[in-house]
Design a protein around this ligand. Structure first.
Ligand SMILES: O=C(O)CCC(=O)C(=O)O
Length: 278
Protein backbone atom coordinates (compact mmCIF):
# COMPACT_ATOMS: atom_id res chain seq x y z
CA UNK A 1 0.00 0.00 0.00
CA UNK A 2 1.20 3.53 -0.75
CA UNK A 3 1.74 6.14 1.98
CA UNK A 4 -1.13 8.41 0.96
CA UNK A 5 -4.11 6.16 1.78
CA UNK A 6 -2.37 5.08 5.00
CA UNK A 7 -2.12 8.71 6.07
CA UNK A 8 -5.84 9.17 5.42
CA UNK A 9 -6.62 6.02 7.34
CA UNK A 10 -4.49 7.38 10.19
CA UNK A 11 -6.03 10.85 10.32
CA UNK A 12 -9.59 9.64 9.61
CA UNK A 13 -12.63 11.49 8.30
CA UNK A 14 -15.18 13.70 10.04
CA UNK A 15 -18.46 11.94 10.80
CA UNK A 16 -20.24 14.34 8.44
CA UNK A 17 -18.10 13.13 5.50
CA UNK A 18 -18.63 9.45 6.38
CA UNK A 19 -22.40 9.91 6.51
CA UNK A 20 -22.44 11.65 3.16
CA UNK A 21 -20.27 8.93 1.62
CA UNK A 22 -21.62 5.74 3.17
CA UNK A 23 -20.73 3.33 0.39
CA UNK A 24 -17.15 4.55 0.06
CA UNK A 25 -16.64 4.55 3.84
CA UNK A 26 -18.01 1.04 4.27
CA UNK A 27 -15.80 -0.09 1.38
CA UNK A 28 -12.73 1.28 3.20
CA UNK A 29 -13.69 -0.49 6.43
CA UNK A 30 -14.32 -3.76 4.60
CA UNK A 31 -11.02 -3.74 2.69
CA UNK A 32 -8.77 -2.13 5.29
CA UNK A 33 -10.34 -3.68 8.40
CA UNK A 34 -10.64 -0.33 10.15
CA UNK A 35 -12.02 3.16 9.78
CA UNK A 36 -11.35 6.20 11.93
CA UNK A 37 -14.26 8.62 12.26
CA UNK A 38 -13.74 11.98 13.94
CA UNK A 39 -16.10 14.17 15.98
CA UNK A 40 -18.70 11.52 16.76
CA UNK A 41 -19.67 12.45 20.33
CA UNK A 42 -19.28 15.55 22.46
CA UNK A 43 -16.39 16.44 24.76
CA UNK A 44 -18.78 16.94 27.66
CA UNK A 45 -20.16 13.41 27.26
CA UNK A 46 -16.59 12.06 27.09
CA UNK A 47 -15.60 13.96 30.27
CA UNK A 48 -18.62 12.80 32.25
CA UNK A 49 -18.13 9.17 31.19
CA UNK A 50 -14.40 9.25 31.88
CA UNK A 51 -14.92 10.52 35.46
CA UNK A 52 -17.72 8.02 35.97
CA UNK A 53 -15.59 5.09 34.75
CA UNK A 54 -12.73 5.94 37.11
CA UNK A 55 -15.19 5.80 40.06
CA UNK A 56 -16.89 2.69 38.70
CA UNK A 57 -13.53 0.94 38.27
CA UNK A 58 -12.68 1.68 41.90
CA UNK A 59 -15.95 0.23 43.12
CA UNK A 60 -15.68 -2.90 40.94
CA UNK A 61 -12.10 -3.47 42.11
CA UNK A 62 -13.27 -3.07 45.74
CA UNK A 63 -16.00 -5.65 45.20
CA UNK A 64 -13.55 -7.99 43.53
CA UNK A 65 -11.14 -7.64 46.45
CA UNK A 66 -13.89 -8.62 48.89
CA UNK A 67 -15.16 -11.43 46.69
CA UNK A 68 -12.72 -12.76 44.05
CA UNK A 69 -15.57 -14.70 42.44
CA UNK A 70 -17.01 -11.43 41.10
CA UNK A 71 -14.12 -10.88 38.65
CA UNK A 72 -15.88 -12.13 35.53
CA UNK A 73 -19.07 -10.25 36.25
CA UNK A 74 -17.15 -6.96 36.11
CA UNK A 75 -14.16 -7.61 33.87
CA UNK A 76 -13.37 -9.17 30.52
CA UNK A 77 -10.27 -11.26 29.97
CA UNK A 78 -8.20 -9.37 27.42
CA UNK A 79 -4.46 -10.03 27.14
CA UNK A 80 -1.88 -8.36 29.45
CA UNK A 81 -4.16 -7.70 32.40
CA UNK A 82 -1.55 -6.11 34.67
CA UNK A 83 -2.40 -2.39 34.91
CA UNK A 84 -5.02 -2.98 32.21
CA UNK A 85 -8.76 -3.49 32.75
CA UNK A 86 -11.55 -4.54 30.43
CA UNK A 87 -14.33 -3.09 32.58
CA UNK A 88 -17.80 -4.15 31.45
CA UNK A 89 -20.17 -1.20 31.27
CA UNK A 90 -23.55 -0.85 32.92
CA UNK A 91 -26.27 1.14 31.14
CA UNK A 92 -26.36 3.95 33.66
CA UNK A 93 -26.95 7.59 32.63
CA UNK A 94 -23.37 8.47 31.51
CA UNK A 95 -23.17 5.29 29.41
CA UNK A 96 -26.64 5.81 27.95
CA UNK A 97 -25.75 9.36 26.98
CA UNK A 98 -22.59 8.11 25.27
CA UNK A 99 -24.54 5.41 23.40
CA UNK A 100 -27.27 7.79 22.41
CA UNK A 101 -24.81 10.31 20.91
CA UNK A 102 -22.43 7.82 19.32
CA UNK A 103 -25.02 5.53 17.74
CA UNK A 104 -27.18 8.59 17.07
CA UNK A 105 -24.39 10.03 14.90
CA UNK A 106 -23.43 6.74 13.25
CA UNK A 107 -26.90 5.20 12.94
CA UNK A 108 -27.15 5.23 9.13
CA UNK A 109 -23.60 3.99 8.76
CA UNK A 110 -24.08 1.15 11.26
CA UNK A 111 -27.46 0.13 9.82
CA UNK A 112 -25.83 -0.21 6.43
CA UNK A 113 -22.82 -2.08 7.83
CA UNK A 114 -24.44 -4.66 10.11
CA UNK A 115 -28.22 -4.18 9.57
CA UNK A 116 -30.61 -2.59 12.04
CA UNK A 117 -31.21 -6.04 13.58
CA UNK A 118 -27.56 -6.32 14.65
CA UNK A 119 -27.10 -7.46 18.24
CA UNK A 120 -25.03 -5.75 20.87
CA UNK A 121 -22.48 -8.40 21.86
CA UNK A 122 -19.95 -6.25 23.75
CA UNK A 123 -20.34 -3.12 25.89
CA UNK A 124 -17.18 -2.43 27.82
CA UNK A 125 -14.17 -0.18 28.31
CA UNK A 126 -10.42 -0.55 28.10
CA UNK A 127 -8.46 1.18 30.79
CA UNK A 128 -4.67 0.99 30.75
CA UNK A 129 -2.59 2.58 33.46
CA UNK A 130 1.04 3.61 33.53
CA UNK A 131 3.17 0.48 33.26
CA UNK A 132 0.65 -1.57 31.26
CA UNK A 133 2.68 -3.81 28.94
CA UNK A 134 1.94 -4.13 25.26
CA UNK A 135 -0.31 -6.96 24.20
CA UNK A 136 0.83 -9.45 21.56
CA UNK A 137 -0.56 -8.86 18.08
CA UNK A 138 -3.81 -10.78 17.68
CA UNK A 139 -7.20 -10.76 15.94
CA UNK A 140 -10.33 -10.92 18.13
CA UNK A 141 -11.80 -13.63 15.93
CA UNK A 142 -10.02 -16.01 13.56
CA UNK A 143 -10.70 -15.78 9.84
CA UNK A 144 -14.05 -17.48 9.26
CA UNK A 145 -16.71 -17.23 6.58
CA UNK A 146 -19.46 -15.74 8.76
CA UNK A 147 -19.74 -11.95 9.09
CA UNK A 148 -17.15 -10.46 11.44
CA UNK A 149 -17.92 -8.48 14.54
CA UNK A 150 -17.44 -4.74 14.32
CA UNK A 151 -16.08 -2.97 17.38
CA UNK A 152 -16.41 0.78 17.90
CA UNK A 153 -13.54 2.05 20.08
CA UNK A 154 -14.32 5.53 21.42
CA UNK A 155 -11.78 7.99 22.83
CA UNK A 156 -12.79 9.69 26.09
CA UNK A 157 -9.62 11.83 26.01
CA UNK A 158 -6.87 12.77 23.55
CA UNK A 159 -4.68 9.69 23.21
CA UNK A 160 -0.96 10.14 22.61
CA UNK A 161 1.52 7.54 21.40
CA UNK A 162 3.14 7.05 24.82
CA UNK A 163 -0.26 6.06 26.28
CA UNK A 164 -0.15 2.84 24.22
CA UNK A 165 -3.00 3.37 21.78
CA UNK A 166 -4.88 0.58 20.05
CA UNK A 167 -2.63 -0.32 17.14
CA UNK A 168 -4.25 -1.93 14.10
CA UNK A 169 -2.68 -3.44 10.98
CA UNK A 170 -4.63 -2.54 7.83
CA UNK A 171 -5.66 -5.24 5.35
CA UNK A 172 -5.15 -8.08 7.82
CA UNK A 173 -8.87 -8.93 7.99
CA UNK A 174 -8.59 -11.46 5.17
CA UNK A 175 -7.73 -15.13 4.74
CA UNK A 176 -4.27 -14.46 3.23
CA UNK A 177 -3.18 -12.43 6.26
CA UNK A 178 -4.48 -15.12 8.60
CA UNK A 179 -2.64 -17.84 6.70
CA UNK A 180 0.54 -15.75 6.85
CA UNK A 181 0.02 -15.32 10.60
CA UNK A 182 -0.35 -19.09 11.09
CA UNK A 183 2.92 -19.55 9.25
CA UNK A 184 4.66 -16.96 11.44
CA UNK A 185 3.30 -18.70 14.52
CA UNK A 186 4.70 -22.00 13.30
CA UNK A 187 8.04 -20.22 13.08
CA UNK A 188 7.62 -18.81 16.62
CA UNK A 189 7.32 -15.19 15.39
CA UNK A 190 3.55 -14.77 15.58
CA UNK A 191 3.30 -12.00 18.16
CA UNK A 192 5.86 -9.62 16.71
CA UNK A 193 4.24 -6.39 15.44
CA UNK A 194 7.22 -5.76 13.14
CA UNK A 195 6.05 -8.67 10.95
CA UNK A 196 2.86 -6.86 10.05
CA UNK A 197 3.94 -3.71 8.20
CA UNK A 198 3.03 -0.19 9.20
CA UNK A 199 0.09 -0.04 11.60
CA UNK A 200 -2.51 2.63 12.20
CA UNK A 201 -2.27 4.07 15.70
CA UNK A 202 -5.38 4.88 17.70
CA UNK A 203 -3.98 8.30 18.62
CA UNK A 204 -7.51 9.62 18.62
CA UNK A 205 -8.82 12.96 19.80
CA UNK A 206 -11.55 13.09 22.40
CA UNK A 207 -14.88 12.26 20.68
CA UNK A 208 -13.32 10.24 17.81
CA UNK A 209 -13.85 6.53 17.18
CA UNK A 210 -12.12 3.72 15.33
CA UNK A 211 -14.33 0.95 13.98
CA UNK A 212 -12.47 -2.35 13.64
CA UNK A 213 -13.28 -5.64 11.92
CA UNK A 214 -12.73 -8.35 14.57
CA UNK A 215 -10.50 -10.27 12.15
CA UNK A 216 -7.96 -7.44 11.87
CA UNK A 217 -4.66 -7.96 13.68
CA UNK A 218 -4.13 -5.43 16.43
CA UNK A 219 -2.87 -4.89 19.95
CA UNK A 220 -3.23 -2.47 22.86
CA UNK A 221 0.16 -0.75 23.31
CA UNK A 222 2.46 -0.22 26.26
CA UNK A 223 1.50 2.74 28.44
CA UNK A 224 4.75 4.56 29.26
CA UNK A 225 3.00 7.88 30.02
CA UNK A 226 1.80 9.13 33.39
CA UNK A 227 -1.78 9.20 32.16
CA UNK A 228 -4.50 6.59 32.39
CA UNK A 229 -5.90 5.72 28.94
CA UNK A 230 -9.67 5.10 28.82
CA UNK A 231 -11.62 3.89 25.80
CA UNK A 232 -15.29 2.98 25.85
CA UNK A 233 -16.27 0.37 23.28
CA UNK A 234 -19.16 -1.63 21.93
CA UNK A 235 -19.36 -4.44 19.41
CA UNK A 236 -22.16 -5.31 17.00
CA UNK A 237 -22.89 -8.68 15.51
CA UNK A 238 -24.89 -9.47 12.39
CA UNK A 239 -27.89 -11.61 13.47
CA UNK A 240 -27.27 -15.32 13.17
CA UNK A 241 -23.48 -14.94 13.27
CA UNK A 242 -21.51 -15.81 16.36
CA UNK A 243 -17.87 -15.85 15.38
CA UNK A 244 -15.68 -17.89 17.68
CA UNK A 245 -12.75 -16.40 19.51
CA UNK A 246 -14.11 -13.15 20.90
CA UNK A 247 -14.15 -12.67 24.67
CA UNK A 248 -17.63 -11.11 24.31
CA UNK A 249 -17.17 -8.55 27.10
CA UNK A 250 -20.73 -7.88 28.15
CA UNK A 251 -22.63 -8.01 31.45
CA UNK A 252 -24.34 -11.42 31.62
CA UNK A 253 -27.83 -10.01 31.84
CA UNK A 254 -27.31 -7.96 28.63
CA UNK A 255 -26.66 -11.02 26.46
CA UNK A 256 -29.03 -11.32 23.46
CA UNK A 257 -31.05 -8.41 24.79
CA UNK A 258 -30.25 -5.37 22.69
CA UNK A 259 -30.55 -4.68 18.98
CA UNK A 260 -29.14 -1.73 17.10
CA UNK A 261 -32.56 -0.50 15.96
CA UNK A 262 -33.74 -0.12 19.57
CA UNK A 263 -30.65 1.68 20.89
CA UNK A 264 -32.69 4.59 22.25
CA UNK A 265 -34.53 2.13 24.52
CA UNK A 266 -31.55 0.14 25.83
CA UNK A 267 -32.11 -0.10 29.60
CA UNK A 268 -30.53 -2.08 32.38
CA UNK A 269 -33.40 -4.28 33.65
CA UNK A 270 -32.11 -4.05 37.25
CA UNK A 271 -31.87 -0.26 37.15
CA UNK A 272 -35.38 -0.05 35.69
CA UNK A 273 -36.72 -2.46 38.34
CA UNK A 274 -35.27 -0.43 41.22
CA UNK A 275 -35.98 3.01 39.75
CA UNK A 276 -38.27 5.23 41.83
CA UNK A 277 -39.21 7.35 38.81
CA UNK A 278 -42.94 7.61 38.24
O1 LIG B 1 -6.24 -1.79 24.62
C1 LIG B 1 -6.62 -1.57 23.46
O2 LIG B 1 -6.60 -0.45 22.97
C2 LIG B 1 -7.13 -2.67 22.57
C3 LIG B 1 -7.25 -3.99 23.24
C4 LIG B 1 -7.96 -4.98 22.39
O3 LIG B 1 -8.51 -4.65 21.38
C5 LIG B 1 -8.00 -6.38 22.77
O4 LIG B 1 -7.60 -6.73 23.89
O5 LIG B 1 -8.44 -7.21 21.95
Amino acid sequence: MSDAPQRDLQSGCPATYVLENLEESIGILETQGLLRINNVFSHSTADVLSTHLCEFLRSCLDQHEKDPDTFLSHFGTVQSLENRYDLKLVLDPPVKQFISETIGTLENFLNELVTEDARLCELSSLISDTGAASQATHPDTPYQPCAPLYTVFAALQNISEDMGPTTIFPRTNNSQAHEAFSELKRQGRGGQPSEWGRPILGTLSKGDVIIMDSRAFHYGGQNTSNTRRILAYFTLQVPGNTPEGSTYSLRDHYKDRFRLKNYKRWQDPYIVATSTDT
